[in-house]
Ligand binder design. Structure first.
Ligand SMILES: [Zn+2]
Length: 313
């Protein structure tokens, strides 16, 4: 994995279309998205040679998220970059002297400057952000969507379980920021969790996720997309719920000494009374029958686990 540059690749179609920004490594210990983008751009460059009918509408840009943390192979250096996307915070880093900015402030400033320049340059009618992540736990891929219909549609078409309501438990993620409220043209975002941090399959799943997203938003035609990408994600999520809703998020405060009970996987079914974790106040049991998501098995992180339930849409 190369971490020299912020931009992994840019591909511009001959006809105008959406601007798709794909982030990899917003968390530095999650290189799968970066590796997926490093694989994707050479494939896109080669595609017109292999397939003369290939048409691409719009522009896709692959972007490395937290460069310093990627180099250090850590989730973050000072603070979680995926909790900093708050308009007032962005104003603060833009107006502060560089010397006063910590590692993630600098990352945020570089990213926002790059993104604003790309928007000015391409003048898209629509901006879509796909933010690629992985989890510490094994057991399934999923997408996190906003409350907007467009975001849900992209999430559903990724052919992985969609998790709704996750954003209400946390703040300052890319999904909170990249929405219609903060821009004067249509903006939609989706987060794709492509598997466990170090599983090589997570890179393949992320590639499939990006290609599915390009199809859903109309960058590429459906009949130009090999259905192995659909198949791959469908097989991976075969026994998982299609759409789920957040029930509970367990925040971790400094000094909590939070420890997740070992062995939980994403989407594992749990019962009322199951031992989930422990902290300085004692044992933490589930208060309901539900599914568990993102149980935390690493030292850095603000959220211990999420509880979700399956819903119909
Ligand atoms: Zn992440």
């Amino acid at each position: 994995m190369n971490t020299d540059n912020r931009i992994i690749g840019t591909y511009t179609g001959e006809s105008k279309g959406p601007l798709l920004l794909v982030f990899g490594g917003m968390h530095g210990n999650e290189p799968a998205g970066v590796k997926a983008l490093e694989t994707l751009f050479p494939l896109l460059e080669k595609e017109p040679e292999d397939n003369p009918d290939f048409v691409f509408k719009g522009r896709i840009i692959g972007i490395r998220g937290n460069l310093k943390a990627l180099n250090a192979r850590k989730r973050f250096i000072k603070k979680d970059l995926n909790r900093q996307w708050i308009p007032e915070n962005i104003q603060r880093v833009k107006s502060s002297p560089l010397a006063l900015l910590d590692a993630e402030d600098q990352e945020l400033l570089e990213l926002i400057t790059l993104i604003e320049n790309e928007i000015t340059e391409y003048q898209p009618q629509k901006l879509i952000v796909l933010d690629l992540h992985t989890t510490t736990a094994h057991g399934g891929i999923f997408s996190v969507v906003t409350d907007e219909r467009d975001s849900l549609d992209i999430g559903v078409e990724l052919h992985a379980p969609v998790v709704r309501g996750l954003l209400s438990g946390i703040q300052g993620t890319t999904l909170h920021y990249f929405c219609g409220d903060n821009f004067d043209f249509p903006v939609t975002s989706v987060c794709f969790e492509s598997g466990q941090h170090d599983d090589p399959q997570s890179v393949e799943n992320a590639i499939a996720g990006i290609i599915n997203c390009m199809r859903t938003i109309g960058c590429v035609q459906a009949d130009h997309v090999e259905n192995k990408h659909d198949k791959r994600l469908q097989e991976y999520s075969e026994n998982l719920p299609k759409v789920t809703q957040l029930l509970y998020c367990h925040p971790i405060r400094e000094g909590d000494n939070f420890k997740m009970h070992p062995g939980y996987k994403n989407f594992q079914r749990i019962s009322k009374g199951d031992l989930l974790a422990s902290d300085k106040n004692g044992k933490i049991f589930s208060e309901q029958d539900c599914l568990i998501l993102m149980p935390l098995y690493q030292a850095q992180g603000d959220d211990g686990f999420f509880l979700i339930r399956s819903i119909e849409i």
